[in-house]
Design a binder for this molecule. Structure first.
Ligand code: R1P
Length: 289
């Protein structure tokens, strides 16, 4: 059965609904950034840019870096946006837009997030690079899908117990990133650990301005979490969604984050743009290694 027009939505020019892309516009090596302006910060290092588009917060540049074809796409903020980006990106490669059928031969993509994030550990300071070994979904988005056996329930159960996770909140889901990409991007510059992915910036990450939050001790319990050496390195808003959907769809994904805040010490980077630029350089050079 062809996928209905209401489910796989194409624009009049044949591009996919939100990303505004046609299959030929995208490389199989893709960098995700949150901020639209970060797309230019990455693509200004390209040898040349063959394609540019933007719709809402989803901006794409495709070009080559030292001869390697790369696309950089902004995802905006949050796991809900990742749901759109991953599904539409996968459709560009793995669904035939003419027949509206899933292709027999599927394509696997390499997806690398260059994000910003707050560290939860004193020993992962501002201006460091965090590499996410796992993404911990505490936002519930992945519960819409049949996650099956791709998650790690032993670590999830330890997290629920150690943090006294409230039963009204979605059950946390832990997903491993791509082993292949983890090996490629690891160096003495990367601090590794679990990345917790929240569905909001303030209350869901334990920040209090004027509203009381459900668990004021959540962040300190997350700092202290330990299961056979697995600990939570940092907090942001996309990684678990990227890891979960990539794994379900058969893609390789890795999340790298520039640490711009340290939530444990209450400090913020004096020059966040600097660490972001450094992480972009690091990532591009690792891609072509
Ligand atoms: C919040 O300020 C945003 O910054 C972080 C969070 O994950 C969230 O998207 O990442 P990006 O800088 O990549 O958007």
């Amino acid at each position: 059965m062809p996928i209905k027009e209401s489910e796989l939505i194409l624009n009049p020019d044949g591009s996919i609904y939100h990303l505004n892309l046609k299959p030929e516009n995208v490389s199989k090596t893709i960098i995700f950034v949150g901020d639209q302006d970060r797309v230019d910060t990455v693509s200004k290092r390209f040898d040349s840019i063959e394609f540019k588009t933007q719709k809402r917060e989803f901006k794409t540049h495709t070009g080559t870096y030292k001869g390697k074809r790369i696309s950089v796409i902004s995802t905006g903020i949050g796991p809900d946006n990742i749901d759109i980006v991953l599904n539409e990106l996968d459709a560009l490669f793995n669904i035939d837009f003419t027949t509206r059928q899933v292709k027999e031969k599927l394509t696997s993509l390499d997806i690398i997030r260059i994000g910003t994030s707050g560290s939860l550990q004193k020993d992962i300071p501002v201006d460091a690079f965090a590499l996410s070994t796992y993404g911990l979904d505490i936002n519930g988005m992945l519960h819409a899908y049949k996650v099956g056996d791709i998650s790690h329930s032993d670590i999830e159960n330890a997290f629920i117990e150690q943090t006294n996770w409230h039963s009204n909140k979605a059950r946390p889901i832990l997903i491993k990133g791509s082993k292949k990409l983890e090996q490629k991007f690891t160096s003495n510059k990367t601090h590794k650990g679990i990345t917790a992915t929240a569905g909001g910036f303030y209350g869901p990450q334990g920040r209090v301005l004027r509203l009381a939050i459900q668990d004021v001790n959540l962040n300190s319990k997350m700092d202290d979490f330990n299961f056979n050496g697995h600990r939570i390195a940092n907090f942001e808003m996309e990684t678990s969604a990227i890891y979960g959907l990539s794994k379900l769809l058969g893609h390789h994904a890795l999340s790298l984050n520039a640490i711009i805040a340290n939530r444990a010490s209450g400090t913020f980077s004096k020059n966040p743009q600097n660490v972001i630029e450094n992480l972009i350089t690091y990532t591009l050079n690792k891609i072509i290694e």
